[in-house]
Design a protein around this ligand. Structure first.
Ligand code: KG4
Ligand code: ZN
Length: 376
């Protein structure tokens, strides 16, 4: 059973051909086109621009993914996402299913992020695949993307219950907004990660209490999270006198000290390097804060439910610090930890194919996009 899967919920246009493989799926081909560079200059997604790019890319992307293959069904994510973008994928999928007289399968985009963890093998050419095992259930899924932050109890492939998550902004959105305040590019997640990773351990140890940010609801006994306050907190830090006047105590050891006039005792400082270091320190503090909250809440879910594994998913799951910290804690608690390969964390169609194969939810040809579809 081979499926053509289509993904067009936001600013990626993607198509993939997948088939079942053991308890999971194998990706035969996955193609992703992104309009992210066009959004970079606006510091965020412009829905009309995203939809227009979807229209341009959808046919070339499907053609590349399909080569000469015949497929048994067409699958598409029908929500959540931007209405204009969703329409492009959904209408294309309907036309193809109708023309080829194949079943049309509907897929929840957030479920697709989670089930990227069921991608076990791939082959662009037949010889290149890798194998792994699927997550053992029951599991808890931590789904972190630009629009969602959910903790999902997964008792089977279809019996999912929302047990926690954000009550306001999604964590990816917080990364994007924090980046904008710090003068970094969109999407903010990878930019913040890069900036944070430039801080050396020595710099961090000496300065980690300088620009403190809150860990919202971390001591709250529930599994709710909140990320809307942390942006305002960053803005407050960046506007504070302490931040504006901050001078690196590492002036003596770092190359940004361009001169040292011994005769009158004046130390010269390269202001650009100093500004970059303090910005990186705030980026690091921001990542520490949100990752601490995400890990703490996931570990609390482990204590409250009898689980076998934890699956991490969504665009923010590409964050290495989050991947490593959560893996460490989950394995220490004796559970198995799963996270998709990096290329299957962001939006892609292979994950859509995984849900289509493993859940097989047929749709009528009058399928409509659902921009606000919930994860469960
Ligand atoms: O899942 P996704 O590609 O699209 C949605 O369905 O929303 O997630 C995009 C989000 C963006 O907010 C982006 O900043 C964030 O994922 N992101 C990251 C990283 N890479 C992408 N956040 C933190 N660290 C990263 N390395
Ligand atoms: Zn997504």
């Amino acid at each position: 059973m081979k499926i053509l899967a289509i993904e067009s919920t936001c600013d990626e246009t993607a198509a993939a051909v997948v088939e079942s493989f053991g308890d999971g799926v194998r990706v035969l081909k996955s193609v992703v086109a992104s309009s992210v560079e066009m959004h970079e200059k606006y510091g965020g997604i412009v829905p009309e621009v995203a939809a227009r790019e979807q229209i341009k890319s959808i046919i070339p992307v499907i053609t590349e993914a399909m080569s000469d293959e015949e497929v048994d069904a067409v699958a598409v994510s029908y929500g959540p996402g931007l209405m204009g973008s969703l329409l492009v994928g959904v209408e294309t999928a309907k036309v193809l299913a109708w023309a080829w007289k194949k079943p049309l399968l509907k897929v929840n985009h957030m479920a697709a992020h989670v089930m990227a963890n069921w991608i076990l093998a791939e082959s662009d050419t037949v010889s290149q695949w890798h194998t792994d095992t699927v997550p053992e259930l029951p599991a808890v899924g931590l789904v972190v993307s630009g629009g969602h932050t959910d903790l999902i109890l997964m008792e089977s492939l279809t019996k999912w219950t929302w047990i926690g998550g954000t009550r306001d902004d999604a964590v990816g959105e917080a990364f994007d907004k924090a980046a904008r305040i710090l003068g970094l590019l969109y999407p903010g997640g990878p930019e913040i990660e890069k900036a944070a990773s430039k801080v050396t351990e020595k710099e961090w140890k000496t300065n980690k209490n300088k620009f403190k940010l809150p860990r919202p609801l971390i001591h709250d006994p529930g599994l709710e999270m909140s990320f809307s306050g942390i942006k305002a907190a960053i803005a407050r830090v960046v506007e504070s006198k302490e931040y504006k006047d901050w001078i690196s105590p590492f002036g003596d050891q770092r190359p940004y000290q361009v001169g040292n006039d011994k005769t009158n005792g004046v130390r010269f400082l390269d202001c650009a390097r100093n500004d970059e270091l303090k910005r990186n320190l705030v980026a690091r503090e921001f990542s520490e804060a949100v990752i601490e909250v995400l890990v703490k809440k996931t570990m609390m879910a482990i204590e409250q439910y009898r689980l076998k594994s934890v699956v991490l998913a969504g665009g923010v799951a590409a964050n290495n610090k989050l991947r490593e910290t959560l893996k460490h804690e989950v394995e220490r608690a004796g559970l198995s930890f799963h996270v998709p390969e990096l290329k299957y964390c962001g939006d892609n169609a292979a994950m859509v194919g995984a849900v289509a194969i493993l859940r097989r939810e047929e749709a009528e040809l009058d399928l409509k996009p659902e921009p606000s579809l919930a994860t469960v």
